[in-house]
Design a protein around this ligand. Structure first.
Ligand code: 4GY
Length: 244
């Protein structure tokens, strides 16, 4: 997968390939990341990348000319990719959107700074607008890095030994089940008996029951989107009975 990122802070975004799963995906040449800095496309002596908003008020916007020329340069190299602007006004990102984007083998992220980007540039150049959540961060870089990390995990071969993307939370649209490691007793609390007995069918049932039950308790909105098969419906009923 090829990822281009338009950012005033390329050093920040490039850090994402230095760690963990994303690093391994890059090492294995499963993911190629290139950053493009609008400052390199300025033409004035001061290399200006911000400009004043019409209508006044506090804050600056990203200067149009360097941004336009950066986008043109990226598109020359990667003409077919969707250009995605990251902002709180975007569509809330979910695992399905990320998986679909990975399927296209490429993406261009536009990271805003200051108060953002001229609306006409968004209309003309941006294909999708995504939000990573209902809060405001100082620039699109961290949002792009979140998306890049989540996408790397979905590239076939990027996960190592932990071939867990399949079993992951959300691969089935459910929350994860609880996990336990040593010690057997921690601050007076025991590990659930079923995990200590080595009956793999019982363990699998328990984990799916916990996933369904926790989703029902914490994220009923996710459960409403799902059609449960008979086995899952029975497991969830067991959880609810136990809960009462
Ligand atoms: N939330 N989801 C987000 C964000 C920062 C000023 C426009 C978010 O994706 N991006 O808060 N971005 C702002 C900063 C320009 C983007």
């Amino acid at each position: 997968m090829r990822i281009d990122v338009i950012t005033l802070f390329p050093d920040m975004v490039e850090q994402v390939v230095n760690y963990g799963v994303v690093g391994r995906a890059a090492d294995r040449k499963l993911m190629y990341l290139q950053c493009w800095n609008p400052r390199d496309y300025t033409v004035d002596k001061h290399r200006t990348v911000d400009d004043r908003p019409y209508g006044g008020g506090p804050g600056m916007l990203m200067k149009v000319q360097p941004l336009e020329e950066t986008i043109q340069a990226v598109r020359e190299k990667n003409p077919l990719a969707q250009l995605i602007y990251l902002s709180p006004q975007g569509k809330p990102v979910n695992q399905a959107m990320l998986a679909k984007q990975v399927g296209t083998q490429s993406v261009i992220f536009l990271c805003g700074r200051y108060e953002g980007v001229d609306e006409r540039l968004i209309q003309k150049e941006v294909d999708q607008e995504w939000s990573i959540g209902d809060y405001v961060i100082s620039g699109g870089e961290l949002a792009a890095m979140v998306c890049i990390d989540a996408m790397a995990r979905l590239i076939p071969g990027a996960l190592g030994h932990e071939q867990s993307a399949q079993q992951d939370s959300f691969s089935e649209g459910l929350l994860d089940y609880p996990h336990y490691t040593r010690p057997e007793e921690y601050k007076g609390m025991e590990v659930p008996e079923v995990l200590m007995n080595g009956n793999h069918q019982h363990i699998e049932d328990w984990r799916e029951r916990q996933s369904l039950g926790r989703t029902w308790q914490r994220r009923p909105d996710l459960l409403e989107l799902k059609v449960l098969d008979d086995r899952q419906q029975a497991l969830l009923n067991d959880f609810k009975d136990e809960f009462k």
